[in-house]
Design a protein around this ligand. Structure first.
Ligand SMILES: [Zn+2]
Length: 848
């Protein structure tokens, strides 16, 4: 019996087995591409000529997700395309050793941020196009062997409106105006690289040029954003990166120019296309940025630049090594920040952001080993997470410390020479480092790359007569992932004196559950003990009760920035583990954040305080706590110096505003009826204010919306408008928006996500009651019929996370039981949502 209804929907996926098989058949590939662009059209035309050598007899397929194939010839013979799903099968009998395939086709633009994305600027009606392909989307622009280890050379010709810029991976060799108002661009043939690194960007972008030695550098941005682009700083960091990497890698920049393009509606932070990096436009600062935002942008610039060598010159064979690609670029970016730029606190920021991200992700039930199997391209998509980027970078940092940075660098230099223009695996990378350092890294790799999750390290101690009598280091592991690991760490014994804290450092090594540190006996009794002082180990820290009590009173008095940061990180982890009341944590944040001298740390703890307020405070206390937060932020805004502190507290003020009274006060501040010296609400804050006014049904919200749209008619304004309109506490508005979310949304994915983000509000609980069950009924169908990007956004924005209650967690579990193993993305999101709901319930129970 055949039951077609239970057949899975055809998905656009390539498995590792298929890729290995194809890589053995196909080599020496060249794509000659001709792309024809008409202004403001819904479609474009292309012609791809694909030359390749076939090493083994047998059929071969091309990946292709285009619309219509107009003509196909295989070695000069025209034939009917054999299209199955998202593939074109080339018949075995038509292929020889040397092959030429010609395909003429027509395709629609994409509006999801992937493929060939089309964007119309609402401010001036101009049209902008760009591609985004990682991991498996290049075949949306042209038919190809879309896998990282079939590298190819590319020759590109494009016809586009004459007033446009056209940017690709290599230099433009020819620009020829035509009689139809368009210009034909021809680009130099490229060296070999993987399909996911190909780029085509086109539109009336504005360009700023510079050079680094002989190398041409370009920065491109939309016309309407040009006035915000601080190109000096972007070029400065880029050049510092070039200096640092060419020296450290001992290998010159491998490509012929370097452009960076800020593109609209971009899904990620940036993408390292060969010679044509695309950046998310949030890095063009429309509002005054904090130093931490500038540092974040510099990190991204350096991350993408590192990929030109690691990732683009030498590329992973398959997506199971994506983690190495990303971790490496992240680690190198921080190293370059510290060594070559003005952002000298890079490693502290690494601790506050990257390492904390890794810890958080590593505590989820869906954590995974850093190095694992990736069976197909869909699993690749799921693996762009805190383990890939954060934990991977943390353990690479540990590895570089373990073998020494010089040995690490020597190993890398050999790696680039040995595998240039080709592909390599983790094993080959480690072998190069083993040669560089003379050490065997197998045991290290097994322990850190092949086991998931993390350990918690704590210290148990006793003292009398002012002296330590016993001190023991302990480690634990969660029951689901019971691996204990050897850790080498420092224990910091802090004693409070009139001059500040005195620290005695005890080195310790632990392999099993506990180890006594005899050197501690007889030392003066500390006021508190910090495990993992100096941050050498990758492990979560729990403070003992006596230390916790002291730290809660005096954390702000600890002079050493890294220690203070580690203490805050321990306090936040203990809050999330329900070992510390979220109310106490929030009090502490409100008392200390204004005194914190490191803006990045002040930023981090304010955000943690707001996260605790939003998730871990019981409903009955929430408004009072929010009001307290608002009051404190209002006060702090008067006290703190201008610059970053005022921006950070301003953001906190807007985020905390939850009662109608507080929202009115905020409105008066926005309208200039109140003034706080040195502070004005920026446009992003004003938009949040308008959305909240609408969500709370305050009279005058409509007028505010109209006024802000006049101030900010940009794409950002359009997104804020959608979010605000969907926020209105009105059953008809919610019903209409809900229908759109089930269908085609609001045009582009970006606009749809903006609308979704206005749907759920904690205080609209009664109005939203029907949508709890509707979400659980609809979400599986969304994953079966929509793109993964859409489905993931749907889940993240519309899951009723604002209801922290057993019923929601139970309903999610019931759905999980019905979702088949063949749908890992949905299963993963459900597991994480259940875990977060249960964690929030535990934290609320601990709120005292
Ligand atoms: Zn990257």
């Amino acid at each position: 019996m055949t039951d077609t209804a239970s057949e899975p929907t055809f998905r656009d996926v390539l498995t590792q087995i298929e890729a290995e098989d194809r890589a053995a058949r196909v080599r020496d590939v060249r794509y000659t591409l001709d792309i024809d662009i008409q202004p403001k059209a819904s479609r474009y035309r292309g012609k791809a000529t694909i030359d390749f050598h076939s090493a083994v007899e047998g059929p071969v397929f091309l990946d292709f997700r285009g619309r219509d194939i107009l003509r196909l010839t295989v070695n000069g013979v025209e034939m009917e395309p054999d299209r199955r799903g998202y593939r074109i099968y080339l018949p075995e009998e038509a292929l020889g050793a040397e092959n030429t395939i010609e395909i003429e086709y027509e395709n629609e633009y994409d509006h999801t941020g992937d493929g060939f994305h089309q964007f119309i600027d609402p401010e001036d009606g101009r049209e902008y196009l760009y591609t985004n392909f990682e991991p498996f989307e290049a075949h949306r622009l042209f038919p190809c062997f879309d896998q990282p280890d079939i590298k190819a050379r590319y020759r590109l010709t494009v016809r586009a409106p004459s007033e446009w810029e056209v940017i690709s991976n290599s230099r433009a060799m020819r620009r020829e105006p035509r009689s139809d108002g368009r210009t034909e661009w021809e680009f130099a043939e490229t060296p070999p690289f993987s399909t996911y690194l190909f780029a085509l960007v086109a539109g009336p972008y504005r360009v700023v040029r510079d050079r680094h030695g002989d190398l041409e550098l370009g920065l491109y941005v939309r016309e309407s954003l040009l006035r915000y682009l601080d190109h000096d700083e972007v070029f400065e960091v880029t050049k510092q990166g070039f200096e640092f990497y060419t020296d450290f890698f001992g290998y010159p920049f491998p490509f012929d120019k370097y452009d960076q393009i800020f593109v609209p509606e971009f899904n990620a932070g940036a993408m390292e296309n060969v010679g044509a990096v695309t950046h998310n436009e949030y890095m063009v600062f429309r509002d005054p940025p904090t130093e931490s935002q500038r540092r974040g942008r510099a990190e991204t610039i350096l991350h993408e630049l590192a990929h030109m060598w690691f990732g683009n010159l030498v590329t992973m064979r398959w997506w199971n090594d994506l983690w190495l690609n990303e971790s490496f670029a992240t680690f190198m970016a921080y190293l370059a920040l510290e060594r070559a730029t003005r952002f000298k606190t890079a490693w502290q920021d690494f601790n506050a952001t990257i390492k904390n991200w890794a810890y958080r992700q590593d505590q989820l039930p869906t954590t995974h080993p850093i190095a694992g199997e990736v069976r197909d391209t869909e699993e690749t998509f799921l693996n762009f997470d805190g383990i890939t980027y954060g934990k991977g970078a943390s353990v690479l940092k540990q590895l570089a410390a373990y073998i020494g940075l010089d040995a690490f660098r020597d190993g890398l230099r050999q790696y680039f020479r040995q595998y240039e223009w080709g592909n390599a695996t983790l094993r080959q990378f480690l072998a190069a480092l083993e040669t560089g350092s003379g050490r065997d890294l197998k045991a290290w790799a097994h322990l850190w790359l092949e086991t998931p999750s993390l350990n918690t390290v704590s210290v148990d101690w006793e003292a009398d007569d002012g002296q330590l009598r016993r001190l023991e280091v302990r480690q634990s592991a969660p029951p689901e992932f019971p691996t204990l690991r050897p850790h080498r760490l420092d224990i910091g014994l802090f004693r409070r004196t009139k001059e500040g804290y005195e620290v005695t450092v005890l080195p310790a090594e632990i392999e099993g559950e506990r180890v006594e540190i005899p050197e501690a006996i007889g030392l003066p009794k500390p006021h508190f003990v910090l495990p993992n002082y100096n941050d050498l180990a990758y492990a979560k820290v729990a403070l003992d009760q006596a230390s916790l009590e002291h730290v809660l009173r005096h954390v702000g008095d600890v002079d050493d920035t890294l220690s203070r940061q580690l203490l805050w990180s321990a306090l936040w982890n203990m809050t999330r583990d329900a070992q510390l009341s979220p109310l106490r944590f929030i009090r502490l944040v409100l008392d200390e954040a204004a005194k914190e001298p490191l803006p990045e740390l002040a930023d981090a703890i304010l955000n943690q305080g707001l996260a605790a307020l939003g998730r871990y405070v019981p409903d009955r206390l929430r408004l009072a706590e929010a009001h307290r937060f608002f009051e404190r932020a209002w006060e702090a805004l008067h006290e703190v110096p201008p610059g970053d502190p005022k921006i950070l507290w301003g953001r906190a003020l807007v985020a905390a505003a939850s009662t109608p009274d507080d929202l009115h006060r905020l409105g008066e501040l926005a309208d200039g009826k109140h003034a706080i010296e040195g502070f004005t609400l920026d446009q992003e804050m004003r938009w949040t204010l308008v959305t909240k006014w609408m969500a709370h049904g305050l009279p005058g919200a409509e007028e505010r919306l109209e006024a802000e749209l006049r101030r900010d008619p940009s794409d950002r304004g359009q997104r804020a408008r959608l979010r605000t309109l969907v926020s209105r506490p009105d059953a008809a508005v919610k019903a209409e928006a809900w229908e759109k979310f089930q269908g085609d949304g609001y045009g582009s994915l970006y606009l749809t996500v903006a609308a979704m983000s206005g749907f759920n509000w904690w205080h609209q609980r009664d109005l939203l009651e029907p949508y709890v069950e509707r979400f659980f009924e609809a979400v599986r169908g969304i994953f079966e019929t929509k793109t993964l990007e859409y489905a993931r956004a749907y889940f993240q924005q519309l899951f009723p996370a604002y209801r922290v209650e057993d019923g929601v967690a139970e309903r999610a579990k019931a759905l999980l039981a019905e979702v088949p193993e063949s749908m890992p993305p949905l299963r993963r999101l459900l597991l994480e949502a259940i875990d977060e709901a249960e964690r929030a319930l535990r934290c609320r129970a601990a709120a005292r």
